[in-house]
Design a protein around this ligand. Sequence first.
Ligand code: JB3
Length: 225
Amino acid sequence: MAKGLLLIGGGGHCCSVIDSLVSDPACPYDKIAVIDTADKRGCTIAADIVCIGTDDELEPLRQEGYTDAFISLGSIGNPALRIRLAEKAAGFGYQFPNIIDPTAVIGQNVSFGSGIYVGKRAVINYGCLIGDGAIINTGSILEHQCRIGKYCHIAPGAVLCGNVKVGSHSHVGAGSAVKQGISIGNDTVIGLGSTVVKDIGFGVVAFGNPCEIRQNMPTEKGVSH
Ligand code: JB3
């Protein structure tokens, strides 16, 4: 049977994921489709890849040869829905590949969990550890031995110098720079363009140059995951 990949969530992030898949000559899939909300059924998302159903059809689609699933819905600071969808798909036996754009540069001794996206021209240098479900987005740089927790989003153009640790579910905003050796806690958002020169704890929103804690994570963005 043909090997199929189901992309869960057909918005902007999904377009980036599709672009990486279709530009990869080693892409192992015979068929790729999207599931989204009911109103998107039948819509073309990108590169002739179509929305064929909703999350309610995960079980029958697994029987139709969609062996793998990927959470192609993005997140800015709150990955709770991504995590819920991944758990639902895992319950039906889907496998979660890593999707790494062919233009990304991956160093030696890099360890990946599963369900990870690495975008165009991202650089992941020697010895980094990348947790399940992380998004390492376009043009970001992870210098040597960074540790990125589960379901983090390192947004486009962020630069993490060596040995930076980012806790699970956290977001490092586009264009931010993080000094070597810094730790950022779980469930934290670093606003875009920040310069992080001291450790930032868990469950906060921090931004600026120098990056300072501005507020606790609002309750609706809370740690429900
Ligand atoms: O920052 C960058 C470079 N990219 C952002 C990305 C990481 O996150 C991007 O700019 C967006 O802000 C965001 O992308 P995302 O998540 O693709 O957002 P959006 O374009 O709003 O698309 C979300 C899609 O998920 C829509 O098509 C929704 O209908 C769909 N969706 C919402 N809830 C869902 C569900 N799909 C499924 N299957 N299940 C749901 O429960």
